[in-house]
Ligand binder design. Sequence first.
Ligand code: ZN
Length: 267
Amino acid sequence: MVKKVSLYLVKFSLIIFLTITTQIGGVAFLLAELLHRSIKKKIRYSKPILFLLVYLFLTLLVVPSLASVFGREPIKHSSQIKPASCMTVLLNRNYVKPELNDLLSRTEKRLRSSGISMSYLDANFPFFDGFPLLPHLSHNDGKKIDLSLIYQTKKGGISDQQKSISGYGVFEGPKMSEHDQITVCKKQGYFQYDFQKLITFGKINKHLEFSEAGTKTLLKALLKDKSLAKIFIEPHLKTRLRLNDKKIRYHGCRAVRHDDHIHLELK
Ligand SMILES: [Zn+2]
């Protein structure tokens, strides 16, 4: 009896975890459980294999067209628009409203001669307004997307690579002479402010450095778009890049620091 109850608890926690991280993972798990019961000849690891097959079938073949019912679509990839990690796509974290795809495509045209690519990080899940894509509480309506900062080699060559596996958590912190909003927030007790340092999944490309010119070019191309509502970057980067557009806002201490990625929102 105790064994049975703990098995149900493990399964229940797994369903919650899969739903929080991928939105459809919990449903895929339940479908795989049902299918598994109907299989007569069971092989070793048949359950996890079945789950993976069902999950991939749903993610790659069903969800992209079903998302349109909820007014969302996968981010359209091109030579200058791609995910920083393929996991973003495999975890269904790459859905936006069609208007956001249009914004990215117009920005790509503006960036064409610069050689700068947009590497996107977390966007939104495919279904239901109000369903947050954790840990980003506001990524819940198809109108939000995070983009990677732009990096360059020591010789100044623009790169489309990131400095961590997830694309988050390697900060371009304030210099001695710059305003340090991070310390301000932490002193006020907002300990979550640099939460992303826990989700780098490993630091990479240590030879790359922050590209001021590249990031500024990207931000200016985004700011030209009429359908852009706002952009969040950390105040010291806004000052360093000499940007004073009103659409660049400060997100407040309740959010997380934005000197490892750019957050943007559609009107
Ligand atoms: Zn964001």
